[in-house]
Design a protein around this ligand. Structure first.
Ligand SMILES: *Cc1c(COP(=O)(O)O)cnc(C)c1O
Length: 380
């Protein structure tokens, strides 16, 4: 019998040190959304990211984006520019606030927000009488966006950048860590991300003051008083001390796991080298260092003898191997259909022809052999 256990796209990969930190929470009764692991995890992340980062650990990456928009002063009716080619969690918090998303297309090199289209959108929104309040740019699949160009546009129009780095912990651009380019950045530690706390996230701020304000908002916005007094609307968004313990263990193996994800990417690059019609998503040049959270390919049916990404997805599924089409752009989502969009069909084309392949840092020779077998049969 062939081994048919499921091969996931990206599954949790424990390093071994996590349980020690979790055990401590029980031993010391810090079973709460605060405690030594929360503080320790924040310090670990600050030391990892460098560049004067101030980190507030939160219950999710989505919560980080939500609080980030609040900190940037986004109010109901305001417009916020958002990369269209992304996961819905980048855009949903705009709507939590009753603000208006303005979606922008990608460029073909990094698949992230296109600097020219971004500027075009800003100029047009200003001409229409409303200057966008913030720009959400995403390092999708761990690939850094064109940071020099995007930051320059943001600065030129004096619009703050909210960096969605949920998929990009461990990635760098010109040697600088993703998560340090925006006025505010969001990280995610969901189960499928590069490291996990089972569920969690963080907001990266540029000052201690903004970090403290984040923690204030994330813990119900209590004024300094023995009684419960509130002058602002608060949220319950802090990370659990148990989950933060998992995070501390994961930080010990982050760089190692980035290396293993990059090995998976190398595996696909080598495999597809001689296969007509398949492009493996890779760094445009040496300025970019991707954690390759997910390895992705584009399959051009015209060059690949009519083979499609859906055909490959089904062939893998038949062998209990998970793969997934690239993110469906937000401007094509029914829930966001009514909102403005700037750009052409770059993101739409990526969605049409793209597929994410199993990418976990825990995939070994056995899994690769199974994947290779399906690919051999499919492309023969
Ligand atoms: C996962 C993800 C988020 C949200 O993070 P959660 O921790 O799952 O809330 C936001 N943006 C992108 C691009 C993501 O991949």
């Amino acid at each position: 019998m062939e081994n048919k256990s499921k091969i996931w796209l990206s599954s949790p990969h424990m390093g071994g040190g996590e349980q020690k930190f979790v055990q401590e929470t029980f031993d010391t009764n810090w079973v709460a959304p605060l405690g030594p692991n929360v503080t320790g995890f924040e310090t670990d992340l600050e030391q990892y990211l460098k560049g004067d980062s101030h980190v507030a650990a939160l219950s999710s990456g989505t919560a980080a984006i939500h609080l980030g928009l609040i900190l940037l002063g986004v109010n109901p009716g305001d417009e916020v520019i958002c990369q269209s080619f992304t996961f819905s969690a980048s855009a949903n918090p705009i709507r939590y606030l009753g603000a208006i998303p303005v979606f922008v297309d990608s460029e073909p090199e990094t698949w992230n927000i296109c600097p020219e289209k971004l500027e075009e959108a800003i100029v047009d929104r200003i001409a229409k009488g409303k200057k966008p309040k913030a720009i959400i740019a995403v390092h999708l699949y761990g690939m850094p966006f064109k940071a020099d160009e995007i930051v320059a546009v943001a600065e030129k129009y004096d619009i703050p950048l909210l960096e969605d780095s949920a998929e990009a912990l461990g990635s760098t651009y010109k040697g600088r860590n993703c998560g340090t380019f925006g006025e505010i950045a969001a990280l995610s530690f969901n189960g499928n991300k590069i490291i996990t706390t089972s569920g969690g996230g963080a907001l990266v701020a540029k000052s201690k003051k903004v970090k403290e304000k984040t923690i204030f908002l994330a813990t119900q916005a209590r004024d300094q008083a023995a009684h419960y007094q509130h002058s602002e609307i608060g949220y319950n968004y802090r990370l659990s001390n148990i989950c933060a313990g998992v995070g501390r263990g994961q930080m010990e193996v982050l760089d190692k796991h980035v290396g293993l994800r990059r090995e998976m990417h190398d595996f696909y690059s080598t495999y597809f080298k001689n296969i007509e019609g398949v492009f493996v998503f890779s760094e445009p040049d040496g300025n970019y260092f991707s954690n390759h959270w997910l390895s992705a390919i584009l399959l051009d049916p015209e060059k690949a003898a009519g083979k499609t990404r859906e055909g490959l997805r089904l062939a893998l599924e038949a062998e209990n191997i998970e793969s997934r089409p690239l993110w469906k752009p937000m401007h094509l989502q029914p829930v966001f259909a009514e909102f403005p969009y700037y750009g052409g069909s770059v993101a739409a084309q990526l969605f049409e022809n793209g597929l994410c392949l199993p990418s976990g840092s825990n995939l070994g020779t056995e899994e690769r052999t199974r994947i290779e077998k399906v690919l051999d049969r499919f492309f023969k």
